[in-house]
Write a protein that binds this ligand. Structure first.
Ligand SMILES: [Zn+2]
Length: 307
């Protein structure tokens, strides 16, 4: 299966933040792209609870972003000691094993991990110090986009990572991109794979190209201590189920796509950055928004007049 780039494929459904560029055809909205808009190189801060979260749950988006020359800084808050699934990797050894695996997995996608587990090897805390550290990191990096866990998650490290990402994302600017990904747990039996989040109503989908699926698989394989075979079974199941669910609701949306990644865009306001609109497809779902008018002069953003 070869997909056309989203920028060339027709959008069958779009939603409020694309209405400015949409024309109604046959009862549907077909979005048209802004002409002549210059794409910028995005700085993206990805904050995760564990080393394998980015590989497994949003590797497709990472690969697509890196292919377009955007810069991703991945921060791994813990090495998952508290939830250690394989006790044969005893303490200090487990850290080194998992770090080496993660470096190889990330290298396959084209990036380098940053571990901050020295204080959080057991768990990720939300306290004044960790919040200040995150704010300083954000002040240094000045990211255009945050990639983070959805906060309603069964795993405490995921929840903590989500909160630490949300705070600076919301404080920076009303339209700083805040994109949540959707973790799942996986087992060797397909039936053992289950979501780790609730209340996850995707606002965007990433259709997965065959090449991207393959890079993702080659990346996951490096997490040897985490039973990558089980991870791959779970990953494929979730990606296929998301594509099925998408088609069950919207039969004409992304025809021919068999696997997708699902995301929630949590920005306070503003249109999706064109660099992301080139990759992500908006669903008809949207988080609740204020209906007040946003004055671009006040917010410094290219915001629609109503959201
Ligand atoms: Zn995790």
């Amino acid at each position: 299966m070869t997909l056309r780039s989203p920028s060339r494929a027709p959008f069958v459904f779009s939603w409020v933040h694309d209405r400015l560029f949409a024309v109604p055809i046959g009862g549907f909205f077909v979005a048209t792209k802004k002409k002549g808009r210059v794409m910028q190189k995005l700085r993206i801060l990805a904050i995760t609870g564990h080393d394998d979260d980015l590989t497994l749950h949003c590797g497709g988006l990472i690969i697509e972003l890196l292919e377009r020359g955007h810069e991703i800084t991945p921060i791994i808050m813990t090495l998952g000691q508290r939830g250690q699934r394989f006790p044969q990797f005893g303490n200090g050894l487990a850290w080194e094993v998992r770090k080496a695996e993660t470096r190889a997995a990330y290298a396959t996608m084209g990036m380098t991990p940053n571990f901050v587990h020295t204080r959080y090897e057991q768990e990720c805390d939300i306290d004044a110090r960790s919040r200040d550290e995150m704010k300083r990191l954000v002040a240094d990096l000045e990211p255009h986009m945050f990639l983070a866990h959805w906060p309603v998650d069964v795993n405490p490290d995921h929840r903590a990572g989500a909160v630490l990402a949300m705070e600076p994302a919301f404080q920076r600017n009303v339209n700083t991109e805040l994109i949540f990904f959707k973790p799942h747990s996986a087992g060797r039996e397909t039936a053992m794979t289950r979501p780790q989040v609730t209340c996850f109503i995707p606002t965007h989908y990433l259709p997965l190209r065959e090449e991207v699926i393959e890079i993702k698989r080659r990346s996951v394989i490096h997490h040897v201590s985490q039973d990558p075979e089980a991870m791959l079974i779970g990953q494929q199941k979730v990606q296929e189920e998301d594509a099925e669910e998408l088609r069950a609701h919207f039969p004409n949306f992304l025809p021919g796509v068999t696997e997708v990644e699902a995301y929630i865009r949590g920005n306070r306001a503003g249109a999706l950055l064109p660099e992301l609109a080139d990759i992500l497809y908006p669903t008809p779902y949207l988080l609740p928004r204020s209906v007040v008018r946003h004055d671009p002069k006040v917010y410094g953003v290219d915001a629609p007049s109503t959201l």
